[in-house]
Design a protein around this ligand. Structure first.
Ligand code: PEP
Ligand code: MN
Length: 337
């Protein structure tokens, strides 16, 4: 695959026209603040010098990577008024596993907005292993989530399970979550891409990093402005914890690939007493944020109660992380601002 970068004062519209006249199929995307073009593989072959001869073209890069858009994604991302990514103060996404009632999500939003959380999370459509388990409150819960977040000036993140719900979810979500079970659902990835909303892509519980990056590429190729990766634990032979948090991969993505990664210690651990140590390990490894399930009364939660923190415990954890995130990893290659 080939990528074209443009000079700073270039006219992207004109260059695109000239490239199309040569028989090239072009996809435009942003890398940092500059526009780039991806030459789609089914294009006519045009020699490199002919492309370089077009005024305004800076470079033609050849890549054998299966995820060139993901490779060039910026290491800092803006969603609403919030910037997240490498070198930024870690961000927090918190809320219940499932949105159980209007009252519940409003009360939680109020508490979470006071302790430094920026995204209110909550599932309206729940992917449950048992078909008899609580499946979520559906569309009405989407509405409650948006209203609760707006009342407290929070951003929202919520999961879409099915292509038929993509529009409804996109209407209320600032960040559309794709869950671990759907990382390989290419039809869903494409539809979510078409909404042009930022995506939080959870890692499939047995997905390789390459498969994960390729799934992110589906979203970018089909229109998503950005994809934030979310490590939530992978399966192992050992059931001592619910999943195994792969901090090695978090470090690899952050330090080598320079990509923003959010860690979800809740689904990794499956138990609340391990959330704080795993959160600190995640930040030390290079995560730019944490998604943590939070409930006012975890004992009565309709899903994932054992791994939910109460807002007071979350407040203490946030304090200990934002005070000095770099103290977990003094030689961090991206000092935080
Ligand atoms: C969730 O975030 O509530 C969830 C279902 O997560 P996962 O897809 O990681 O299991
Ligand atoms: Mn959950």
């Amino acid at each position: 695959m080939r990528l074209i970068t443009l000079q700073r004062n270039a006219d992207p519209k004109r260059i695109k026209e000239l490239l199309r006249e040569k028989g090239l199929w072009i996809k435009t995307f942003e890398s940092g603040k500059t526009q780039c073009f991806l030459i789609e593989p089914h294009s006519t072959f045009v020699p490199r010098d002919q492309i370089l001869a077009i005024p305004g073209v800076k470079e033609v890069l050849e890549t054998s990577s299966a995820h060139p858009l993901m490779d060039t994604q910026s290491s800092q991302i803006q969603i609403g008024k919030k910037t997240l990514g490498l070198g930024k103060t870690p961000i927090f996404l918190a809320g219940p596993c499932s949105i159980e009632s209007e009252e519940q999500i409003f009360l939680l939003a109020q508490k979470l907005s006071q302790i430094g959380v920026s995204f209110l999370r909550g599932g309206a459509f729940k992917p449950r292993t048992s078909p008899y388990a609580f499946q979520g409150n559906g569309k009405q819960a989407l509405r409650w989530l948006r209203q609760a977040a707006d009342a407290e000036k929070l951003l929202t993140v919520t999961e879409v399970l099915d292509t038929q719900d993509v529009e409804d979810v996109a209407e209320v979500a600032d960040l559309i979550q794709i869950g671990t079970r759907n990382m390989y659902n290419y039809a869903l990835l494409k539809r979510v891409g078409e909404t042009k909303k930022p995506v939080l892509l959870k890692r499939g519980f047995s997905a390789t990093v390459e498969e994960w990056l390729c799934s992110a590429e589906y979203c970018l190729l089909h229109g998503s402005p950005t994809v934030v990766l979310c490590e939530r634990g992978i399966r192992s032979f050992d059931k001592a914890t619910r999943n195994v948090l792969d901090v090695g991969t978090v470090a690899l993505l952050a330090h080598e690939k320079r990509l923003p990664v959010i860690v979800d210690p809740s689904h990794a651990a499956g138990r609340r007493d391990l959330i704080a140590p795993l959160s600190k390990a995640a930040i030390a490894a290079g995560a730019c944020g944490l998604m943590i399930e939070t409930h006012l009364d975890p004992g009565s939660a309709l899903s994932d109660g054992p791994q939910a923190l109460q807002p007071d415990s979350l407040a203490l954890l946030i304090q200990s992380i934002v005070k000095e995130p770099d103290s977990f990893y003094p030689s961090m290659s991206f000092p935080r601002k």
